[in-house]
Ligand binder design. Structure first.
Ligand code: AP5
Length: 190
């Protein structure tokens, strides 16, 4: 049976990985399994082998052609995975030269997702989550700029839906309401 391909996106620090991990535990208890793939980790492994980055946050600063090449390699590897797959990635990446489409046409054609999920929350909450995460080298960004990025992600998700016919689901992951976001994610992935 053909598996489902679901792409989960959201600006850095919104809590994509946290929501996915908890939702997958709940689904596994119901006998529904997904393989979760982190697109950024695929890209990072290649970039690290090539010695062009020290940490995953440096990838946003690579030149456009290098980022595109890394995207291509990751999408080829993911497209070949069978069964239910969740791809943890970015609708768009904020680079010094402007927004880069996280799922450009050649990536989408390989993946052909059934659904794209946008995980969102208030800009101030994202700002605070980034500030309290000492394990990462986050870009210095105010809440207005985070708002612009979240809005851009909605626009570009609409174009992905036009290209593939997938649905776009928006899930809010608010402070102290992780369980609500997880329930919505479980419902969407059932
Ligand atoms: P990636 O690893 O995906 O980076 P990221 O978006 O920075 O991911 P994070 O893991 O930091 O954020 P998250 O949203 O998963 O939040 P988390 O659950 O950790 O990608 C790395 C890089 O790869 C990108 O920068 C890019 O360069 C590249 N890349 C990836 N995809 C690409 C693509 N398609 N094309 C080109 N490049 C690509 O949570 C964050 C914090 O919030 C945690 O402390 C958590 O405890 C807390 N939290 C979560 N939920 C709640 C809640 N409800 N209440 C309170 N706190 C909460």
């Amino acid at each position: 049976m053909k598996g489902r391909k679901v792409i989960i996106t959201g600006v850095p620090g919104v809590g994509k990985t946290t929501v996915i991990t908890t939702a997958m535990e709940k689904l596994a208890a119901e006998g529904i399994t997904y393989q979760a793939i982190n697109f950024g980790s695929f890209m990072f492994e290649v970039a690290q082998k090539e010695n062009i980055v020290k940490d995953r946050d440096e990838m946003r600063k690579l030149d456009r052609d290098t980022q595109k090449r890394l995207q291509q390699l990751a999408s080829q590897a993911i497209a070949n995975i069978s069964g239910n797959v969740i791809v943890d990635t970015h609708a768009s990446v904020k680079t010094p030269k402007g927004y880069l489409a996280g799922l450009p046409e050649w990536v989408l054609r390989g993946l052909m997702p059934d659904m794209i999920v946008l995980v969102e929350t208030d800009n101030d909450q994202i700002l605070m989550r980034r500030l309290s995460d000492e394990t990462r080298v986050r870009d210095k960004e105010g809440s207005r700029s985070i708002d612009g990025h979240q809005q851009f992600n909605r626009s570009i998700a609409a174009s992905y839906a036009m290209l593939t016919g997938c649905t776009v689901k928006i899930i809010t992951n608010a402070d102290h309401l992780l369980d609500v976001a997880v329930s919505e994610m479980v419902e969407a992935l059932r």
